[in-house]
Write a protein that binds this ligand. Structure first.
Ligand code: HEM
Length: 171
């Protein structure tokens, strides 16, 4: 595991104990910064939603060394987001708020390296989710959004990125 990722994993231990609170703050921050998203969550059980977000973040970090498994889980998650109305352009905003919330939680432990590491993780998550999202839309006869799904080639680079960070544990 790369040094950078090890650091990320270690620092996350600080959050793991309070991951539910972290997820709660994340949604508070998200809906404060983007009240227009309130509509998307109007029928949601937010307590459940927070648990599910916390769960997926933990799953990604714990399974960072299993890129194939992560790819299929995240693509399926992205596909489900078609019916949640989560457009591809929302992911950037979602990611910004996620980083902001990490910053609030990690305080002085949050530095440029952490920011870089998390941005990479988030980018990987987003790429895979949007891949699944666009495939699902296509299967349902929708037009693919302008910011289209990553090509096969991009997906290969992503898998390489996951590998690079994990030292090829999984084939
Ligand atoms: C990296 C990005 C994201 C992650 C990891 C994530 C994670 C999740 C998870 C784990 C669920 C639980 C339901 C399921 O598993 O199908 C969920 C539901 C949902 N997400 Fe996301 N999500 C992301 C991006 C977004 C974005 C950008 C939006 C829109 C602003 C969004 C809106 C929703 C909505 C509306 C639900 C449905 C809640 C319900 O069922 O009541 N998500 N998300």
């Amino acid at each position: 595991m790369s040094y950078k990722f090890q650091q990320l994993d270690k620092k996350l231990d600080g959050i793991r104990g309070s991951i539910d609170r972290f997820a709660s703050s994340f949604y508070d921050n998200l809906l404060k910064a983007h009240p227009e998203f309130q509509n998307l969550f109007k029928h949601s059980d937010m307590a459940e939603q927070k648990k599910m977000l916390a769960g997926i973040l933990i799953l990604v970090i714990r399974n960072w060394q299993r890129p194939q498994m992560l790819a299929s889980t995240l693509k399926r998650l992205g596909a489900r987001h078609v019916r949640y109305g989560a457009l591809s352009e929302y992911y950037l905003l979602f990611g910004e708020v996620l980083l902001l919330t990490f910053k609030q939680y990690l305080g002085s432990d949050w530095d440029r390296e952490m920011e870089q590491a998390w941005s990479e993780v988030y980018e990987a998550i987003t790429t895979l989710m949007l891949e699944g999202y666009n495939e699902a839309k296509k299967a349902n006869g929708y037009l693919i959004e302008r910011k289209s799904a990553p090509s096969q080639q991009n997906q290969q680079s992503l898998i390489k990125l996951l590998y690079k960070n994990n030292y090829k544990r999984e084939s």
